[in-house]
Design a protein around this ligand. Structure first.
Ligand code: ZN
Ligand code: ZN
Length: 275
């Protein structure tokens, strides 16, 4: 077994917040001996035109296909996509998904329909109703999972990193336990994957998205498909935190990790005995 079995969430210069070629990201993964690696550039459905996504998608897919051929037999490379806010324009979403034969689709909610981005909210303002904003986040996330046109739910709890850092009034994340429970339950019921995103492990204090207790809960509720991703935007971050995440997965009751090839789930053993 590879020490780093997979890292299936990474961005290249074909994402608005990335600047490194697909080839450089893949070379970093190969150097670490990663088993399965995916490029999952952004496709923010709500902002498709402004970000010139038709062009970035085409380039990301083409460059990743090239890398896939280059590393064939040495490392499994997946053509992936981080599909943000798919419900904001379903016709657009369907057209993107039918245009390219992606291996793997991550589903994300970065911004709730008709609301402000959590990243930009004025956390000092008395007008901010954080309960309302988070309720709206969970509602959209649940609706996106009910639609189900993606493989793995990316970075569940994403808004909380901003809220916990910037919100000045009393705030308890445990208040949202029922909402987290509803999300992992729905994923498990629908046989969809949950992502353990390690990008927060590079932060202080370190955290994962979601917290490991929701990984365990998803497993308890019958969820079988856990994907792991670093969400790397630079070659140096490729594979970061993955070994720690594999330990968390084992401790949460997973013997296998999941990845998708041609949108079909495949399972990789992480049993200690098989290493
Ligand atoms: Zn994201
Ligand atoms: Zn990402």
């Amino acid at each position: 077994m590879n020490l780093i079995p997979m890292d299936i969430h990474a961005h290249s210069q074909h994402s608005m917040d990335g600047e490194h070629p697909v080839a450089d990201m893949c070379a970093a993964a190969a150097k670490l001996g990663i088993g399965v690696f995916a490029i999952t550039d952004h496709c923010e459905i709500n902002d498709f035109e402004r970000l010139d996504t038709a062009a970035t998608l085409a380039s990301s897919f083409k460059d990743t296909e090239k890398a896939k051929a280059l590393y064939a037999g040495k490392m499994e490379i997946l053509t992936g996509l981080e599909l943000g806010q798919p419900l904001h324009d379903m016709a657009r979403t369907q057209s993107v998904l039918s245009q390219y034969a992606f291996d793997f689709i991550l589903g994300s909610v970065h911004i709730v329909k008709d609301r402000e981005d959590f990243y930009c909210m004025d956390y000092d303002s008395d007008a901010l109703n954080i309960e309302f904003e988070l309720e709206a986040y969970f509602n959209e996330l649940l609706e996106t999972i009910r639609w189900g046109g993606f493989d793995s739910a990316a970075h569940l709890s994403y808004p909380f990193r901003y809220v916990q850092r910037h919100y000045k009034r009393p705030f308890k994340i445990s208040h949202w336990d029922d909402h987290f429970e509803a999300v992992v339950q729905l994923l498990a019921e629908k046989g969809m994957a949950l992502e353990l995103n390690t990008s927060g492990l590079r932060d202080t204090p370190p955290y994962t998205m979601p917290d490991v207790r929701w990984i365990r809960r998803y497993r308890e509720l019958g969820g079988e498909s856990l994907t792991i991703g670093s969400d790397a935007h630079v070659p140096q971050a490729v594979g970061a935190g993955i070994r720690q995440a594999v330990q968390m997965a084992r401790q949460s009751g997973f013997d296998y990790l999941c990845y998708y090839k041609a949108r079909k789930p495949h399972y990789l053993s992480i049993k200690e005995s098989s290493s």
